[in-house]
Design a protein around this ligand. Structure first.
Ligand code: NAD
Length: 495
């Protein structure tokens, strides 16, 4: 497992070296260990990939939906067969645990299977016509060439939930993954190559953000799907709007868990721990804020801190590890700075906070599970800013309404978790909590492929992802007024 993989790009059905500078991905638990190494893509590679996708798009769009789906279904099988190995590679390159790495590859397979079967679902709609002898159909067509720009934290699942619908609805794709996780991007591309995807229908360009910028500015681009930070997403959205290109952007979060006085505290403890610390808190839907009812706060926080303290933090290659490192040294430093600022602004440290100094972890990008309590109403950066690490900030609430108000006290609106045993309060939470995803009595992270995924407020822009929502983005409609040739009624309007 310690051999470095040669980094390659996939253009027009061929694996090629890039024309850009050197790019190396490393193991965040042992940064001296190279995972993949090579040259990243350059401007000429962008041109070739876009030309290749443009040349392939018509043939793929004309391929029957069931044939397109069959390629995706074969890719799902390949992903399943490689789940163990690629899951291990994912843990090595991204830093999540082995179980999570394998689970993510299987999630990608599940997504490919869901979209692979799309040919069996409805492909448009029929409306009645006010005119005799006529029906009105709404049919769907692919956008054409779609750019896909993805983040580091789900190196195979997020690309899968963009690329699978893009392909099943007949688009050609040019994909730029995060430069910290190129190996897993190559694995997903290999699965589609082995599944028989025609040349040019998927092109992979590994490289820095400038490759994403080049994609959004390219005249052959017909749509862009982005997931990543809010700043980058908004920049790309502005550029796409300037070129009249539809964009879907899923961005940052500052997701709250609300534990009310009547909650099952054992369940809430287990779920808040998973939400805050699984994947080292590097999920867009991770729980980074906790609001707990005054009446149970002391008891709940004591139990939560004790459970968090017992988490085994270490090398993801060890199957007993429960939390690995964060993605990079820069991420670790920025998270540690966020903790220091919170302490300077008066937060109480309940656990964690300090960098590890033992030999097993000092060189890796580890951040200790950290819980900070914010007292009073003084503004605190940590309540507002996404740190994207294993850091949970806590506030107490005197009433259910105060708890909901605190949860909504954020520019973001991706997900939330509400813990209560009272269905009336759960129903009120459904109405009041301004988020794209709400979990009642389960952690704030978690999504199924057949239902919409995405955020409200600063967390999302454009149509949602997954399920039937993906169709809204990856296709456009043609409204067809169909008259039989022997119709007795002529159209009377002139709109
Ligand atoms: P990031 O914004 O740094 O990078 C995302 C992608 O954009 C990468 O491929 C990156 O190379 C590219 N990029 C960076 N700068 C660019 C530029 N100027 N022009 C074009 N492309 C550019 O995000 P990240 O650090 O990889 O991921 C973490 C962020 O992603 C967090 O904010 C997290 O909340 C968010 N995220 C959101 C969701 C969601 O569904 N809402 C899911 C996962 C992650």
């Amino acid at each position: 497992m310690s051999t470095a993989v040669e980094l390659q790009h996939y253009i027009s059905g061929t694996w090629v070296q890039g024309g850009g500078g050197i790019l190396t991905s490393v193991n965040p638990a042992r940064p001296a260990e190279t995972v993949a190494h090579g040259l990243h893509a350059g401007p000429a590679d962008v041109e070739r990939a876009m030309a290749s996708a443009a040349a392939a798009k018509h043939g793929w769009a004309r391929t029957p939906a069931h044939e397109r789906g069959a390629v995706l279904l074969r890719a799902a099988v390949i992903l399943e067969e490689n789940a163990q190995l690629w899951g291990l590679e994912l843990a090595r390159e991204e830093g999540k645990t082995l179980a999570e790495g394998r689970g993510e590859v299987l999630r990608a397979a599940q997504i490919f299977r869901y979209y692979g079967n799309d040919g069996d679902r409805e492909a448009g709609s029929v409306y009645a016509s006010p005119r005799r002898g006529e029906k009105i159909f709404v049919t769907r067509k692919p956008l054409g060439v779609v750019g896909v720009v993805t983040p580091f934290n789900f190196p195979i699942a997020i690309p899968a939930w963009k690329i699978a619908p893009a392909l099943t609805y007949g688009n050609a794709v040019v994909w730029k993954p995060a430069s910290t996780v190129p190996l897993l991007a190559m694995r997903l591309t290999q699965a589609l190559e082995q599944a028989g995807l025609p040349d040019g229908v998927l092109n992979l360009l590994i490289g820095p953000g400038s490759i994403g910028t080049a994609l959004v500015e390219h005249p052959a681009l017909d749509g862009l799907s982005f997931t990543g930070s809010t700043g980058v997403g908004r920049t790309l959205a502005a550029a796409a709007a300037g070129n009249g290109v539809p964009i879907q952007a899923e961005m940052g979060g500052k997701n709250a868990a609300i534990v009310l006085a009547d909650a099952d505290l054992k369940l809430a403890t287990e779920q808040v721990i998973l939400g805050a610390f699984r994947s080292s808190g590097q999920k867009c839907t991770a729980t980074s804020r906790l609001i707990v009812a005054d009446a149970v706060a002391d008891e709940f926080l004591a139990g939560l801190a004790a459970t968090a303290r017992s988490l085994l933090v270490g090398d993801p290659a060890d199957p007993s590890t429960q939390m690995g490192p964060v993605i990079s040294g820069a991420a670790r430093e920025s998270i540690q700075r966020g903790i220091t600022t919170a302490l300077d602004q008066g937060a109480d440290l309940l656990i964690g906070g300090l960098p590890y100094e033992d030999t097993a972890r000092v060189a890796g990008h580890f951040v200790a599970p950290t819980i900070l309590e914010l007292k009073g109403t003084a503004p605190a950066d940590i309540w507002r800013d996404e740190l994207f690490g294993p850091v949970l900030s806590v506030r107490r609430a005197a009433s259910t309404q105060a708890a909901f108000d605190l949860a909504n006290d954020s520019d973001f609106g991706l997900s939330a978790a509400l813990f209560t045993q009272d269905v009336t309060i759960a129903l009120k939470g459904m109405d009041e909590l301004d988020v794209g995803i709400l979990h009642v009595n389960s952690e704030s992270a978690g999504a199924d492929p057949h239902v919409p995924f995405g955020g409200a407020k600063k967390s999302g822009y454009g149509p949602k992802e997954q399920g039937q929502s993906a169709k809204e983005f990856y296709t456009h409609t043609t409204t067809v007024y169909l008259q039989g040739s022997h119709s007795s009624s002529l159209r009377g309007d002139s709109a």
